[in-house]
Design a protein around this ligand. Sequence first.
Ligand code: HMG
Length: 445
Amino acid sequence: MTAVGIDAIEIRTGKLKLDLAETFAPAKEEDPKKYTKGLGLEASSFPDTYEDIVTMGANAAKRLMDRKGLVPDDIGRIDVATESAFDNSKPVSTYIAGCLEDVYDGDFHHANKGERKFACVAATQSVDDAYNWIRAGRNRGRAALVIATDTALYARGDPGEATQGAGAVAMLVDEEPSLVEISTEQGYGSADETDFLKPNQQFPSVDGKRSVKVYLARMREALEDFETVAGRTHPDGFAYIPFHTPFPGMVRKAALLGFRHMTRNTDIEDDLEGEIGRQPRQDDYEDWDAYEDAIREYMDLLKETDRYETWYNRTIDPTLTFSRKVGNWYTGSVHVARASALKTAAETGRALSGERLLVGSYGSGAQAEMHAETVADGWREEIEALDFKEQLSRRYDLSFEEYGRVHDAHNHEKERELEEFTVPSGEFVFTGWGRMNERTYEYVE
Ligand code: HMG
């Protein structure tokens, strides 16, 4: 069977930065450690006034097409995953295709375009759709372009404000991929939940504490469902486990739960017995609350063990390096986490070809999905081509007062006029509104 997976990836950050420890915490009169240690975040990315989900997506896609030497005729499908769309009818993919058609010979008239919505899990679903389209033999030799793009803003003063972010990830899904081969091993945890939603409003309604619990519950279901297809998982069976990362502290919780689940009835549980005892078994407790208390106590001990720390530092921590610096990008976040891990591996000279990844995606509302991938032979060259670190170092560092004005400028219900902070060069920019209230764009040399 021909391998199908992600052949190339490009990441585009919003060009502004809000430093959480230096700028946000003092203005909020909070201890900076709440953000840097508690949530695990250093900064958030924001779009400049001429950036939005279309420009970030189109700029990521253009860099990917240029780097891979692609023209429109090579792409048979453009799917955009977003929860920041500004149009309930015309998909963002048409705007992005329009931008790209301005700079390439040829067009995308032959390409099937769409928009996927299921909170943050939608980009993984789009990759899945692309995989299935190719597997079904309907791609006529063409590849699929999947673009995750979001401006993840919360209302001012919302507890989620510290976890904001903005950026896009473009992925080329193709046969014989250079980055990762996607497997058919996949599991879901899906339920009707009201933890985070945007009922026809720009900023989300969030029950933050509950959203954390729902994330963990659905992720656990997805892992159990994954195991019904792939067999029992073992923590050493995967080089990295990139999770959806609203903030690194969330992943810390998910990783500990996952490790406990995976080590139950294994050599690792046996090895740790002398140090922290065996995992509590439900049958040994009279009620659920007592069992949960015992589990919590066991996990508190587990996370302090060398065995866990070594595993966490090797398998999870490298997935969080990028996220710490950019915040939550919603649909792009899990794909940023994968890229972060691969980039770390390249920088530290780790051999990865043929190694497996377990990817845990999540979207509020709520659905978790877990699937396995195999790192392909061309991964190092692909990941070394990213210029993401340079983009991060070029971001304009906002003062708190400037941050307030940028937030207002992107607020659909407020005054939109604001001078840009950076100078656009070699990129698509937002230019205003057309006669039917459509957003308009141009390429600036
Ligand atoms: P909060 O209530 O302001 O923060 O907001 P907190 O008081 O819970 O503190 C956060 C952590 O910092 C805690 O750690 C504190 O102990 C610690 P924990 O106990 O959880 O491990 N802390 C400190 N640590 C060191 N020094 C200090 C200090 N002070 C506190 N001085 C909350 C937290 C997550 C609720 C908020 O950020 C929020 O509402 N975020 C938005 C929702 C969210 O991101 N949920 C995550 C799961 S849902 C999801 O991922 C989906 C999503 O991406 C959307 C989608 O799918 O589309 C959001």
